[in-house]
Design a protein around this ligand. Structure first.
Ligand SMILES: Cc1cc2nc3c(=O)[nH]c(=O)nc-3n(C[C@H](O)[C@H](O)[C@H](O)COP(=O)(O)O)c2cc1C
Length: 411
């Protein structure tokens, strides 16, 4: 039975463990480029033992960014910055993944800590947002009119995805995830809340999934066959009129036929008006992903509140998910895998860092608390430990429900 530290092979790529750093938007790019900041930040997580390292959502077009400071790969001039990052991640023993995205009707925004509000199309740093239908996400956050894409424009976006995938391969990425969750363009095509088209891209489930299937075809045609192609999916809007989880299970089966190698299961994000708060959940996400894995027969991953090492390990051991993705824990601790290995009693936690560091640490008091490595802290509080059950009925929250601040977003 695999555990958190077992290697994981998908297509021709093997991760040294089941721990991935989830994509996180940094708002630190100029002209969409990755620079020294990204090299430092992403290289540090690879050196800290993460098996899979994602930069943030990387835009396939300028108007596919969240805001003007977001990263992109819509031009060949952006390849070099990405190539520096992938080379560093590889040198540090990790696999570099890229998350390609288009924010659709949820772009043209200020940074979250500057208020996160949408900018009007005529603002210097704003643009005309696009979506399946002319339905804005809604005031107060995103009040501006949305341009409903024509069929010709939809095909052009598929081509932008394919061009971006070709550049990603040139830059040395070995794992490609398409971001079709969290209210962005792909998620909005799937959701009746955002998609009220009457043509072949709207209405029935097959029509609402057409955008995904065509995009997978376009990317698979250029992305090397031996490299994983995955998708972060907005599997549920938690709203009676939105995307329903059952529909997602069916549609992921079709996506598998169109070249999807792994499903990264997340929320739809097409409304703030959700029943419950999936952002505070952990075992529900693992159970949902596990159901997709069993019913569709496809490897899966998920994120959301898996930062307690015992929980992350249990999620892998349960067989429900194949890889754990960590967002905030990876921000907080670049050596989270080393900490987790020590917490879980791994034989040789310092094997996770570069060989020379490991040699010093194994042989010269690396285990002493004074060394400054994350100390072995003992088991987590009882209310943080989650019992994972391969059962959607076990959909409870972890610990106390954390109120979500106004303007908060989960890119
Ligand atoms: C600062 C920040 C930026 C994020 N940006 C992205 C992003 O670019 N793409 C994405 O799919 N999710 C994004 N997310 C969501 C994370 O990838 C992850 O799914 C989420 O934080 C849950 O994992 P966690 O509980 O381990 O933090 C972001 C989260 C944070 C905290």
């Amino acid at each position: 039975m695999p555990d958190l530290f077992s290697p994981f092979t998908l297509k021709g790529v093997t991760l040294r463990n089941r721990i991935g750093m989830s994509p996180m938007t940094m708002y630190r790019s100029t002209d969409g480029k990755l620079d020294d900041f990204h090299l430092m930040y992403l290289g540090a997580r690879a050196a800290g033992g993460f098996g899979l390292v994602f930069p943030e959502q990387v835009a396939i077009a300028p108007e596919g960014r969240t805001g003007v400071h977001c990263a992109g790969i819509w031009a060949d001039a952006q390849i070099e910055g990405h190539a520096r990052v992938t080379s560093m991640i590889r040198t540090m023993g990790g696999v570099a993944g890229i998350q390609l995205g288009h924010t659709g009707r949820n772009g043209s925004e200020l940074k979250p800590w500057e208020g996160g509000l949408q900018l009007s199309p005529d603002h210097r740093d704003g643009w005309q947002t696009v979506g399946p239908s002319a339905i804005p996400y809604g005031a107060p956050k995103r009040p501006y009119p949305v341009h409903a894409l024509t069929v010709e424009e939809i095909k052009a976006i598929h081509q932008q995805y394919a061009d971006a995938a070709r550049r990603a391969a040139d830059a040395g990425y070995e794992w490609l995830e398409m971001h079709y969750a969290h209210g962005y363009l792909g998620a909005s095509f799937f959701s009746p809340l955002a998609n009220q088209r009457t043509d072949q891209y709207g209405g029935s489930l097959k029509n609402r999934a057409r955008f995904h299937l065509e995009a997978l075809d376009a990317v698979r045609a250029v992305w090397p066959e031996h490299l994983p192609l995955t998708m972060r999916l907005g599997s549920d809007d938690f709203h009676p009129q939105g995307t329903q989880f059952e529909e997602s299970v069916t549609a992921i089966g079709w996506m598998k036929e169109h070249g999807l190698d792994l499903a990264d299961v997340s929320f739809g994000g097409n409304t703030d008006d959700m029943v419950g708060n999936p952002w505070n959940d952990a075992n529900g996400w693992v159970a949902r992903a596990g159901r997709i894995k069993r019913e569709v027969g496809i490897p899966v991953t998920t994120s959301w509140n898996l930062g307690v090492p015992q929980n992350a390990d249990a999620a892998i051991r349960s067989g429900d998910i194949d890889v754990v993705l960590l967002g905030r824990p990876a921000l907080a601790n670049p050596h989270w895998p080393v900490w987790a290995a020590r917490e879980l009693g791994h034989d040789s936690p310092f094997d996770l860092v570069p060989e020379d560091w490991g040699w010093w640490l194994k042989n010269f008091r690396g285990h002493a608390p004074s060394i400054g490595w994350p100390a072995v802290a003992g088991p987590p509080d009882a209310d943080e430990v989650v019992e994972f059950e391969a059962d959607l009925a076990a959909d409870t929250t972890v610990g106390d429900a954390v109120p979500v601040p106004a303007g908060a977003r989960h890119d």
